[in-house]
Design a protein around this ligand. Structure first.
Ligand code: NCD
Length: 357
């Protein structure tokens, strides 16, 4: 595969994505053919933020391919606790391993890590920004369970503002023809402006609604998400949002019989456990598809990437990003990198935040 780093799934061309999904299905059908495919290779997982599924499925994926794993899931046990910066950690761990998966509470961290890593970097979640391997999980699930990735009516419900899985899923699904999005949230938790701009530019359509009942009969896919408590400024603000949308058996009465219910997990209370026994609930099998998706992605990224330390990246502008949750606001050595969006508007290449010149 030509792509070296996966900051978002849209870094892969459509062809590359199709190849990864196809390989994931091949591995699922014949896992014994791949049990030595990564013999001698090492995956490093650098997790600066809690995780169950993503970290374990990355690790399981590498182990099932015959490779080995190193890493940390509590930065307090690493030199990060002594004040080591991201650049140095990534440079060193990249020297020990063949591929890095990184999760961090700040937006843009994977993009920053990729600037220093000698080996491929995969974003395993950067703050409330992006989460490409969850989207790969979702795509493998839909290709198997819905039988297609286009012409789907996809409802996304819950914390669409802070939910990184939502942002990555919309970005990827809007590259397939004929998909429509129904955005189900409170006015406070709607998707960021830049995601709406991406949908509009793709030619796909979206509508915003304030109730599950209104959306339900239209949907081929319902993607439920939890309210991202850790991203709220105060507990009061979180409590105002939590519990607004709860999927239960009663609400499913008007849904299509073929609708698929997905959730990146962890679930808090946005899906009643009774729903787990409905045939349309796919969120547990989704986690298994995710493991095969990550196996395929690891294999493809290791195909022809040799260890090479990247050269220095120069700033594009003499400005800094003004988003306090952007990695470049904390790690001051990072060059200011922006795309020009017309007029006086700049878009930060790490976090997609906007600022004026
Ligand atoms: C998601 C995440 O970390 O963004 N979890 C996951 O990786 N499966 C969703 C969430 O935490 O709500």
């Amino acid at each position: 595969m030509k792509t070296k780093n996966v900051v978002d799934l849209t870094d892969l061309s459509h062809e590359e994505l199709e190849e990864v999904v196809k390989l994931a299905n091949e591995i699922k059908n014949r896992p014994e053919d791949y049990m030595d495919a990564c013999r001698g290779k090492i995956l490093a997982t650098l997790f600066y933020e809690p995780s169950t599924r993503t970290q374990m499925s990355f690790q399981t994926a590498m182990l099932r391919l015959g490779g080995k794993i190193i890493g940390f899931d509590n930065p307090q046990n690493s030199s990060v606790a002594k004040g080591e910066n991201l650049k140095d950690t990534v440079t060193v761990v990249g020297g020990y391993s063949d591929i890095l998966a990184i999760r961090h509470p700040l937006e843009g961290t994977a993009a920053a890590a990729a600037m220093y890593s000698p080996v491929p970097v995969v974003n395993a979640g950067d703050g409330g920004h992006l989460h490409p391997t969850q989207t790969l999980t979702d795509v493998v699930t839909l290709s198997n369970e819905s039988g297609r990735l286009d012409h789907l009516c996809i409802g996304l419900c819950g914390d669409l503002k802070n939910g990184r899985t939502v942002h990555s899923l919309i970005k990827t699904m809007s590259t397939f023809e004929g998909n429509r999005f129904v955005l189900i949230s409170t006015p406070e938790l709607t998707v960021p402006r830049y995601i709406k701009d991406i949908i509009n530019a793709s030619g796909c359509k979206y509508t915003e609604v304030r109730s599950l009942a209104e959306a339900m009969p239209l949907l081929d896919v319902l993607y439920m998400t939890r309210i991202q408590r850790e991203r709220f400024a105060s507990e009061e603000e979180y409590k105002r949002q939590n519990g607004v949308f709860v999927l239960d058996r009663e609400k499913l009465r008007t849904a299509k019989k073929t609708m698929k219910i997905l959730h990146p997990l962890p679930r808090v209370d946005e899906i009643d456990v009774e729903v787990d026994y409905d045939d349309r609930a796919k969120y547990f099998v989704q986690t298994v598809y995710g493991m095969y998706g990550r196996m395929a992605l690891i294999l493809k990224l290791l195909e022809n990437n040799t260890k090479e330390y990247p050269g220095r990246v120069m700033p594009t502008h003499p400005f800094r990003c003004i988003n306090p949750r952007c990695i470049s606001s904390t790690e001051k050595y990072l060059p200011g990198l922006f795309d020009e969006a017309g007029g006086d508007m700049l878009i930060c290449k790490y976090c997609d935040g906007r600022r004026l010149i």
